[in-house]
Design a protein around this ligand. Structure first.
Ligand SMILES: Cc1cc2nc3c(=O)[nH]c(=O)nc-3n(C[C@H](O)[C@H](O)[C@H](O)COP(=O)(O)O)c2cc1C
Length: 340
């Protein structure tokens, strides 16, 4: 019998907890109370009160991966989840860190006491900056006595996740995934099927199978330009050149040294050649053009030529364009990126 089966219990058992009977030696981080050890019986939590809900303004497709890891097993899983989902990573850090004595489940330790106390809400030291910008939240934790640690309850009581897509994942010594005690906190969230992991190899498959919100067309068609302290957004065209340019930017921001040309544009070379979607165009101030496949141009004036329109800078006046682009003047560095 695998050691973890010593305390594996059916997932549906509400008072699921590690049971005794196995060896408690070996320093394993799983509960396996040996003979003579007393195992506390966690009391089920009362139904949590649903939190009142202000209207969130989520940024479609933006994913937060929030995780708690007491001994470091859940961390790499969470990192892989964030990577696979293209999400931001947030570690839920307890105000009072858990010592090994706190986690010694064969004793009357802090973790056991918390899991047994329906009112326990261990404080969290750090905060998610602007939860409203996330559309999906994936929450990771170790299984403690068959359930999520109480600090996850603190997290769910701190933030309003209604309207968001939520899924949980866990690691454990063998017990299955459990999130039934958490779902009641956010009845207005869309809960997806969670999963237990014993390593990172299955993570990508799980994330890819989740029905996570997709970026809206409008958001998918934005690009950022940074020039000194100024950040502009640009709306992108729908053509093969833009697809290739976005693919290039998905690897990271691209900075181009751009020089003045002709009294109507700033132009600089890309380190690569992109496919062209040329047509005869008369430019407007703010147009971003691909020239001969390997140069990018920002117009502050007019010019007619056969070249590729990549997009247009949003919401700037001609005067602002001229000032920031140093029209008629020195070279500037422009950083193009898909993320602000
Ligand atoms: C207090 C406590 C209770 C635990 N209860 C269980 C359990 O019921 N079932 C299980 O399979 N593992 C249990 N474990 C083992 C952890 O779930 C497992 O080691 C987990 O991967 C640790 O993740 P972390 O390193 O990210 O904290 C328990 C561990 C602790 C400290």
């Amino acid at each position: 019998m695998a050691l973890y089966e010593i305390f594996r219990e059916p997932e549906s058992t509400p008072t699921s907890r590690p049971s005794g009977g196995g060896s408690s030696s070996g320093g394993s981080s799983r509960p396996s109370g040996g003979s003579g050890t007393t195992t506390p019986t966690p009391t089920p939590d009362p139904e949590p009160e649903p939190t009142p809900t202000p209207t969130p303004t989520p940024e479609s497709g933006k994913v937060l991966v929030a995780y708690f890891s007491a001994t470091g097993t859940t961390r790499p899983v969470a990192e892989k989840v964030a990577e696979a989902a293209g999400g931001d990573l947030f570690e839920i850090v307890p105000t009072q860190p858990y010592t090994s004595a706190d986690l010694n489940y064969n004793t009357d330790c802090r973790a056991n006491a918390e899991q047994n106390d329906p009112t326990a809400r261990p404080a969290i030291q750090n905060a998610v900056e602007d939860m409203d910008r996330y559309d999906a939240v994936l929450i990771g934790y170790p299984i403690w006595w068959g359930r999520a640690p109480k600090i996850i309850h603190t997290f769910l009581e701190t933030y309003d996740l209604s309207g968001k897509t939520v899924a949980t994942f866990c690691t454990s010594g063998g017990s299955g995934h459990e999130d039934a005690t958490l779902r009641g906190y956010e009845p207005d969230a869309t809960w997806l099927e969670g999963r237990r992991f014993s390593g990172t190899s299955q993570v990508e498959e799980w994330v890819n199978g989740l029905d996570l919100p997709k970026p809206t067309d409008e958001e998918a068609n934005k690009m950022y330009l940074q020039i000194g302290d100024t950040v502009w957004t640009a709306s992108l065209e729908d053509n093969l050149s833009v697809t290739a340019f976005k693919e290039l930017l998905s690897e990271g921001p691209v900075t181009v040294n751009m020089s003045d040309y002709g009294g109507f544009e700033k132009v600089g070379g890309l380190a690569t050649t992109l496919p062209q979607s040329n047509r005869q165009i008369t430019t407007k101030p703010g147009d971003i053009i691909l020239y001969q496949g390997n140069s990018v141009t920002i117009y502050y004036g007019e010019n007619s030529w056969n070249f590729t329109l990549l997009g247009h800078v949003d919401g700037v006046t001609d005067a602002q364009l001229r000032e920031v682009l140093k029209a008629g003047g020195e070279d500037i560095l422009v950083t193009f990126s898909l993320e602000e």
